[in-house]
Write a protein that binds this ligand. Structure first.
Ligand SMILES: O=P(O)(O)OC[C@H]1O[C@H](O[C@H]2O[C@H](CO)[C@@H](O)[C@H](O)[C@H]2O)[C@H](O)[C@@H](O)[C@@H]1O
Ligand code: UDP
Length: 520
């Protein structure tokens, strides 16, 4: 994980007049215990990978948590980003973060892969922490500012902010799936969540299906009318009459930056070393995931272990490097998945490995960007086998790094990325037979086919960047906020021509925002 040391503390009022405010549970950096009182490191997960470049390219403030409990921090600037910390107590971490966010909403929104837990004390904490974040927004945002709230931890913030500051343009983006009503409907606080989100002018989802699930829940529970992507919120007890748009904005990666890293001779040399260190096999396979039960690591290991046991793959020819970064480690389900993964790795290596040739290189660490890029360059086959994943940026990052149009991607149908990366070998990770066939397909694919399929995916990634994603989202937010009555077509051919809006202030390497073909 990257260590960042150059924090510059600022007075509490310094960001009290921000025209652009990002709000997320995590700040882009969290405290690095190894570096003492001055050290910060990049926070884990794809939200930060995606939103940090957006923030670096424009003036604004990012409100979030530092990753440590019970410590108040002053606002500070790091890497050109102005950060405004929100304090969480140990009890908030237990009930709001580990509890309601990650043991209620996370499993519920990821197809109930493990059972969600419903506790009223967790909900109360979720409400209190959302109120704290909303109060910070009201304090920091300038008159008429654009506020962009991120993810499932903060679904009440749009409504709370709208009540305090009706002058603000409020966008919300959900990084994880939004489940079908048959699952969402289990949540005891389903109506409060829907109302919380409907405080936004624009709600973005990863896939059209997520947006459709949300609109269906709104119709079914609140009885509001929807037309296309527009939800009509009538005058009522929770907010004044207004319209909200709910639609898909699939997130992406900083493609130009990754391509630049992939051209760096030092990183290319490091990739060569990695291959050498694992014995220069014919095929290096790679998995990169947070240690999370949604990522399908167990299923992947089962498939790989069976292929070795059946002699369809040979450890003389193929190794698997599995990076599984520590995540949410105090939660029971995360302890279980770590235990299961480590057992499976031990079993495969115990049964299949020889002295000097290991089948699975298992790495329970977090790596900085340069090293990640070297891993992507070193891998012939990338395995992304999530049981459910909002997007999965790793899949897109692998493609961005394959500048020679080589390498094969095995991709679960249940990732958001599967909507865009059509050249991948698609698999259903629940079906171990299908997963094994997909892995074999990728390993045995001839160079010409690999090249054709990778080219197709790289073409998509070249025009599907995080810069375009944020521009599209912010331009649409601006248009809706400025003129809520205007009929915005569901498939905009081009973006409105405006000046000096939040989206214009982003400096981008790609200037023309392309309408996404996935845009419903
Ligand atoms: O903050 P943590 O609890 O440590 O978790 C890390 C992040 O995980 C999730 O990332 C998601 O966002 C990615 C980018 O949109 C997407 O590709 C991926 O599918 C999602 O799972 C979570 O949504 C973030 O809030 C967390 O910070
Ligand atoms: O050791 C690591 C492992 C992962 N990542 C990054 O963490 C992000 C993971 O995002 P993804 O959307 O794939 O999954 P999430 O963890 O957000 O669920 C990607 O940008 C990875 O490159 C990283 O920087 N170092």
């Amino acid at each position: 994980m990257d260590t960042v040391n150059s924090a510059e503390t600022t007075s509490a009022s310094a960001y009290g007049d921000s025209d652009f405010v990002v709000v997320a549970n995590r700040l882009p950096v969290d405290r690095d215990p190894a570096e003492g009182s001055q050290g910060w490191r990049t926070s884990p997960g794809g939200l930060v990978t995606a939103v940090a470049p957006v923030m670096k390219s424009q003036e604004g403030a990012w409100i979030g948590w530092t990753g440590v409990a019970d410590v108040d921090f002053d606002p500070f600037t790091i890497d050109g980003m102005h950060l405004v910390p929100v304090t969480l107590t140990s009890e908030d971490v237990l009930r709001y973060y580990e509890g309601f966010s990650n043991a209620t909403l996370w499993p519920l929104y990821h197809d109930v892969i493990v059972p969600p837990e419903f506790h009223r004390t967790w909900w109360d904490s979720y409400v209190r922490v959302n109120e704290r974040f909303a109060a910070k927004v009201a304090e920091v945002a300038a008159e008429g500012a654009t506020v962009w709230v991120h993810d499932y931890q903060l679904q009440l913030v749009p409504q709370l902010v709208r009540r305090m500051r009706p002058d603000l343009a409020i966008g919300f983006f959900n990084h994880i799936p939004f489940p079908p009503f048959e699952l969402f409907g289990q949540l005891p606080w389903r109506d409060e969540i829907l109302r919380g989100l409907l405080g936004a002018d624009l709600i973005g989802f990863q896939r059209p299906a997520d947006a459709a699930n949300f609109r269906r829940a709104v119709r079914g529970r609140l009885n509001f009318t929807t037309k296309g992507s527009t939800v009509a919120v009538p005058a009522g007890d929770f907010l004044p009459e207004h319209t909200v748009r709910a639609e898909a904005f699939p997130i992406s990666i900083d493609t130009p930056y990754l391509e630049e890293l992939a051209r760096d001779p030092k990183i290319i040399e490091r990739a060569r070393q990695i291959r050498e260190e694992v014995g220069n096999p014919k095929v290096v396979m790679l998995g990169v995931d947070r240690m999370d039960y949604t990522k399908g690591i167990r299923h992947r290991l089962k498939a790989f272990g069976e292929l070795l046991a059946e002699g369809k793959l040979d450890i003389e020819d193929v190794v698997l490097i599995q990076i599984a970064t520590p995540s949410r480690e105090r939660l029971e389900q995360y302890k279980i998945i770590r235990h299961d993964v480590e057992l499976a790795v031990g079993r495969i290596n115990g049964e299949q490995a020889e002295v000097g040739s290991i089948a699975v290189h298992y790495l329970h660490h977090s790596y900085p960007r340069d090293e990640m890029t070297a891993f992507f360059l070193a891998a012939d086959v990338m395995l992304v086998t999530a049981l459910r994943d909002g997007m999965n940026l790793v899949a897109k990052e692998y493609v961005a790094c394959r500048r020679r149009d080589d390498g094969a991607l095995v991709l679960s149908e249940f990732t958001g990325a599967a909507d865009q990366l059509k050249g991948a070998v698609m698999v259903n990770p629940h079906d171990i037979g299908n997963l094994k066939a997909g892995i074999l397909d990728a390993v045995q694919m001839d160079q010409k086919t690999r090249s054709r399929r990778m080219k197709q995916m790289r073409k998509k990634i070249a025009t599907d960047t995080v810069s375009i994603w944020s521009k599209r989202f912010l331009a649409e937010l601006e248009a809706i906020h400025t003129n809520p009555e205007a009929i915005i077509p569901d498939r905009p051919a081009a973006l409105p021509d405006r000046s000096t809006t939040a989206s214009d202030r982003i400096t981008s390497t790609v200037d023309t925002p392309a309408p996404s073909e996935d845009h419903q």
